[in-house]
Design a protein around this ligand. Structure first.
Ligand code: SAM
Length: 250
């Protein structure tokens, strides 16, 4: 997968995207990350990329021309490189659709993403229309810029690209992948500060462990994120567990 980032702070990348799982995926060529300095696409000698807002008010707005020019240059470079499918343009904004695992999965299916980092009061509204950008938020709070949001989006998307995480099964079991939170995990020692690991996990009985984990994932989701339960596709076993948990606790 190819990911291009447009930012006025190219120096903050790769940051956390250069280490661990994603760092290795980049070394292996599974994820190709390129960072573009928006100021290179400004047409004035001060490399200006913002301007005062029409109608007045506080703050500056990112001007449309450098942003559109940057994305068009990336598209042109990709087409020259022999890639025909048009990239998805993702604009980071607190006003976008909130990032979920499902959205990350949809984006991971695209071979090429261009992620635009906003700054100041945000970008000129016409950029969204001209670039047919998908507006993505990482949550209901406001950051000073889109760089951290871009990193969150890229990390969530890239780990779903086949081969990036060595154990595909672990990605499939992660929280939200099947609509529920993940089950609790333990490692050695078997007793830590007087707290013992649940016995079943030491039993070596694979079917009992599988059932315990399925049940604990359900219990935890019911307790912490009951809103997820209604949307989750539960099999017969999970529905039976759920009835049992509700009857016992309710
Ligand atoms: N005035 C804007 C508003 O209230 O919607 C906020 C602009 S914010 C200070 C500057 C930039 O940070 C945004 O253009 C966006 O790129 C990024 N940003 C801030 N919060 C974000 C969030 N929750 N998700 C994604 N991007 C965010």
């Amino acid at each position: 997968m190819r990911i291009d980032v447009v930012t006025i702070f190219p120096g903050v990348f790769p940051g956390p995207l250069g280490v661990g799982t994603l760092g290795r995926a980049r070394e292996r060529g599974l994820v190709d990350l390129a960072v573009w300095d928006l100021r290179e696409f400004s047409s004035d000698r001060h490399r200006t990329v913002d301007d005062i807002p029409y109608g007045g008010g506080a703050g500056m707005v990112m001007a449309p021309e450098p942003l559109v020019r940057a994305v068009e240059a990336i598209r042109a470079a990709r087409t020259a490189g022999g890639h025909s499918e048009s990239p998805a343009v993702v604009l980071t904004t607190p006003q976008g659709e909130r990032l979920t695992q499902a959205r990350a999965r949809t984006l991971a299916a695209r071979p090429h993403l261009i992620v635009v980092c906003g700054r100041y009061e945000g970008v000129d509204e016409r950029v969204v229309e001209v670039l047919e950008a998908e507006e993505v938020s990482i949550g209901d709070y406001v950051l000073s810029g889109g760089e951290l949001a871009a990193m969150v989006i890229i990390e969530a998307v890239a780990r779903l690209v086949p081969g990036v995480v060595g154990d595909a099964e672990s990605v499939a079991r992660d929280s939200f992948s099947e609509g529920l939170l993940d089950h609790p995990s333990y490692t050695r020692p078997a007793v830590f500060r007087g707290r013992a690991v649940p016995e079943v996990l030491l039993s070596g009985h694979h079917e009992a462990i599988r059932r315990w984990r399925a049940r604990e994932a359900l219990r935890r989701t019911l307790l912490r994120r009951p809103d997820l339960i209604d949307e989750a596709a539960l099999d017969a076993e999970a529905r039976a567990f759920l009835t049992e948990l509700r009857n016992r606790d309710g």
